[in-house]
Design a protein around this ligand. Structure first.
Ligand SMILES: *[C@@H]1O[C@H](CO)[C@@H](O)[C@H](O)[C@H]1NC(C)=O
Ligand SMILES: *[C@@H]1O[C@H](CO)[C@@H](O)[C@H](O)[C@H]1NC(C)=O
Length: 266
């Protein structure tokens, strides 16, 4: 049947013309969507219930590649285009107008352009920018004792885990990443601490974060500044005693040898 299609076009024609004449179709600012590797990302449209949609077109651009139409909603029917192949079964429509990409891979970072044509002829354009991030690794704190006195213990804390890049490092006094502890200055992987043994908070927390994930590790300075001191003292005493004993043994042994040599000569 050709006729209905033809009449439909005639009915739409003024709308299309008007849409073309409108110098600026309504354009919302681009929306940043952050997804986690293996997770999914949705691109919901903010459509007023009072407006009736005539058509929606979804176009994807991956990297610097060309923009390709991947789906079209026309006359209330959704049609996937061949270009959907790039994403295979990762693409699905959630509630009729919300596109979703499942099982995200690193290479799926892309730009999605959605063009909505209302029955009134108005056009709405919405751009989404999808960035896919890897989960943040568990941080590890390596302490390095710089100096230790009775009144102050200077330690350099090194936070491991941000080597891959794209990960922010921050330090906090306190042992939980959720509690609003005091943020330490700087966002370096190294934190220099001058810790007084009489201060209440001895725990330091390193936080690793990216736009979709955050992990933390805590370390108690008291254990380093106190126990290392004690065991250090003990081990020095032990080494001194050991050296003393060795010297004695050597002395006795060499006296013995000298004595035997003396006897042989006689
Ligand atoms: C510990 O660090 C502070 C501040 O950096 C410094 O003023 C102090 O001299 C250091 N103390 C020792 C014993 O190294
Ligand atoms: C954190 O610190 C509080 C008090 O300072 C303590 O009660 C709690 O057990 C600590 N939690 C961990 C996980 O170390």
């Amino acid at each position: 049947m050709e006729a209905p299609g033809f009449w439909w076009l005639l009915l739409l024609l003024p709308d299309l013309l008007f849409a073309g004449i409108r110098s600026n179709p309504a354009e919302n600012p681009p929306v940043q969507v952050n997804g986690i590797l293996g997770g999914s990302a949705s691109f919901p449209l903010k459509l007023l219930a009072t407006t009736t949609v005539a058509r929606i077109q979804w176009s994807l651009r991956v990297g610097s590649g060309p923009e390709k139409v991947i789906a079209e909603l026309k006359d209330g029917r959704l049609e996937w285009q061949d270009t959907r192949e790039r994403f295979g079964q990762q693409l699905e429509m959630v509630d009729g107008t919300t596109l979703r990409i499942r099982a995200l891979e690193k290479e799926d970072s892309c730009t999605l352009d959605v063009r909505v044509v209302f029955v009134s002829g108005e056009v709405l354009r919405q751009t989404f920018r999808l960035s896919v991030f890897e989960p943040v690794p568990d941080p590890e704190i390596r302490p390095h004792l710089v100096s230790r006195r009775a009144e102050v213990c200077n330690v350099t804390l090194h936070c491991l885990g941000s080597e891959k890049g794209g990960i922010e490092v921050s330090w906090k006094r306190g042992n939980s990443s959720d509690q609003p502890g005091v943020l330490e200055e700087g966002s370096d992987t190294d934190l220099h601490v001058s810790w007084q043994p009489d201060s209440l908070d001895s725990t330091f927390t390193c936080l690793l974060s990216n736009p979709i994930d955050r992990k933390s590790a805590s370390l108690d300075l008291a254990s380093i500044c106190r126990s290392e001191g004690v065991s250090g003292c003990l081990s020095w005493a032990r080494v001194a005693m050991l050296v003393g004993v060795l010297v004695q043994i050597l002395t006795v042994a060499s006296l013995n040898v000298l004595e035997r040599i003396g006897r042989k000569h006689n």
